[in-house]
Design a protein around this ligand. Structure first.
Ligand code: MN
Length: 275
C-alpha cells in the first residue's frame, strides 16, 4: 500500500442557480474549493423536476478554457456561433474548447423522468487560450467500458487497464466513471503529480476516509487510488489532470491569465467579436 494516493480532504458542494435559473450543485468553483488546477469548476445538475432545469443555459459566451459535459441521464442540445450543433443523450459527453471565444446555448431535456450530469471546466494554458474554438460530441456507445468482476469503468478521457477514452484534451486529463455493483475493491493508477479528485454520486466508498454520496474527495498528488465500495450500488467519477501552474484571472464566463485579458474578453464580446 506504499503507492497509495490517500484522500486529503472532503468538499461538499453548494446549491446554486445558473443560466436561466437552473438549480445545481457547485462542487468546484465555490468558496470552499475555488479550483483544483487545471479544473476551474465542477457542477452537478440532477433533478426529476423539469422546473429545476428546463430553462437551460440560453446563449452565453466563454473564452480561455474547455467545458466537458457528461450527461448521465437526459438529453442535451448545444448550438454555438462557430456553427456547431450537437445532440447528446443518456451517457454521452460534449467536449467544447472555447479557445478565443464562442457564444453557445446548452439546453437539457428530460428522458425517463430524470436529468442528471456533470459539467467540468478545464483550463487551457496561456499559449492555447486564444486557439480556434472546437467542439465534439462523444455519444455513449463511443465511450469504452472496462468490465470488472463486480462493476465497470467507463473511460471518457485518458487510460485505464490499457483502454483509452475518446476525449481529446489539450492538457493531460484522466476522466473515469466507476460503477461497483457489490462490496469490492478497485485500484486506479493516476499519473504522479497530477491533481485528482473523486466525486461519489451513488452509494459510498471507503478509503483512508469514508466518502458518502454527494461528496467530493481531493486526493494526494502521487500513487494509485485504492478504495472499497461499501454497498451494492456505488458510482463515482475520478478526474485527474496535469496542473498548468499559471496565474488564473476569472471574470464570469472568461478565464484568462490576467485581469486585463478578462476585461479585453468583455470588450471583445460586447463589440461582437465572438462571431
Ligand atoms: Mn456554457
Amino acid at each position: 500500500m506504499e503507492n497509495n494516493r490517500k484522500i486529503k480532504y472532503l468538499v461538499q458542494g453548494v446549491q446554486t442557480s445558473d443560466g436561466a435559473g437552473v438549480n445545481l450543485n457547485r462542487i468546484i468553483g465555490s468558496p470552499e474549493l475555488n479550483m483544483l488546477d487545471p479544473f476551474l469548476l465542477l457542477d452537478e445538475f440532477g433533478s426529476d423536476n423539469p422546473n429545476d432545469y428546463i430553462a437551460g443555459f440560453p446563449p452565453h459566451p466563454h473564452r480561455g478554457f474547455e467545458t466537458v459535459t457528461y450527461m448521465i441521464n437526459g438529453k442535451f442540445t448545444h448550438k454555438d456561433t462557430a456553427g456547431n450543433e450537437g445532440h447528446l443523450s443518456d451517457g454521452g459527453v460534449q467536449w467544447m474548447t472555447a479557445g478565443k471565444g464562442v457564444i453557445h446555448s446548452e439546453m437539457p431535456e428530460q428522458t425517463e423522468g430524470l436529468v442528471r450530469g456533470f459539467q467540468l471546466w478545464l483550463n487551457l494554458p496561456k499559449e492555447k487560450k486564444m486557439i480556434e474554438p472546437a467542439y465534439h460530441d462523444i455519444q455513449a456507445d463511443e465511450i469504452p467500458i472496462v468490465h470488472l468482476q463486480d462493476g465497470q469503468v467507463k473511460i471518457i478521457s485518458g487510460e485505464y487497464n490499457s483502454t483509452v477514452g475518446p476525449g481529446k484534451p489539450h492538457t493531460g486529463v484522466l476522466y473515469l466513471d466507476v460503477h461497483l455493483d457489490k462490496k469490492s475493491n478497485i485500484s486506479i493508477p493516476v499519473e504522479n503529480g497530477w491533481n485528482a479528485f473523486i466525486y461519489v454520486y451513488e452509494g459510498e466508498i471507503s478509503a483512508n476516509i469514508d466518502v458518502m454520496k454527494g461528496t467530493l474527495a481531493v486526493l494526494e498528488a502521487d500513487g494509485s487510488f485504492e478504495c472499497e465500495s461499501t454497498n451494492d450500488n456505488t458510482k463515482f467519477i475520478l478526474v485527474a489532470g496535469d496542473p498548468i501552474r499559471e496565474p488564473v484571472a476569472r471574470g464570469g464566463p472568461f478565464v484568462m491569465n490576467t485581469k486585463g485579458e478578462v476585461l479585453q474578453a468583455f470588450d471583445d464580446y460586447q463589440s461582437g467579436k465572438f462571431g
